[in-house]
Design a protein around this ligand. Structure first.
Ligand code: ZN
Length: 171
């Protein structure tokens, strides 16, 4: 299954990156395959959701999916295009990179390896290139106008994200 590549539906980023926002995929895509992470390749369930919702592409720039025995970070929207989040202040969203964890972390406890892959492959490289401080990495619920939101999930521990970022700091 292939998503049609339709850059005309996407808005080009005009400002440099200043924020990284973390999500989990269960908030947006309803198919069970997008809500429970397992060892199978699951991006196709997000692609189904993109087609159903008539989006230009997956509404995250990167998704971390566990495939077989390790976590893989995949580009799901080229980061030169903005994601669409009505609940996030436009001044933040226009400068944000959105990273989603496959599954539902309100129910699932994250593995240490997931945090390691997140920090090493995504967070630290962007922090280095765009001079992003750790306090500019936000959980979706921290920047949302929706006060009931738990995204990226109750079990995602901010303190562990920060300690991993410190561990992989690029000098
Ligand atoms: Zn979210």
């Amino acid at each position: 299954m292939k998503i049609p590549l339709r850059p005309s539906l996407l808005k080009v980023r005009r400002q440099s990156v200043k924020w990284i926002i973390l999500h989990h995929t269960s908030e947006m895509y309803d198919e069970p395959g997008a809500r429970i992470d397992n060892a199978k390749y699951q991006l196709k369930y997000l692609f189904n959701g993109v087609l159903e919702k008539k989006q230009g592409d997956v509404n995250y720039h990167y998704v971390i999916d566990k495939i077989k025995d390790d976590y893989i970070a995949t580009v799901t929207r080229p980061f030169v295009y903005l994601c669409e989040w009505d609940d996030i202040d436009v001044n933040i969203n226009n400068r944000a990179i959105h990273v989603a964890l496959m599954g539902n972390y309100d129910f699932k406890v994250p593995e240490k390896r997931m945090y390691e892959v997140l920090a090493f492959r995504l967070l630290n490289p962007f922090m280095k290139m765009y001079h992003i401080a750790p306090n500019k990495i936000k959980m979706h619920y921290e920047v949302s106008s929706n006060k009931d939101l738990t995204c990226p999930g109750d079990f995602i521990d901010r303190a562990i994200v920060e300690s991993m970022v410190r561990r992989f700091v690029i000098k």
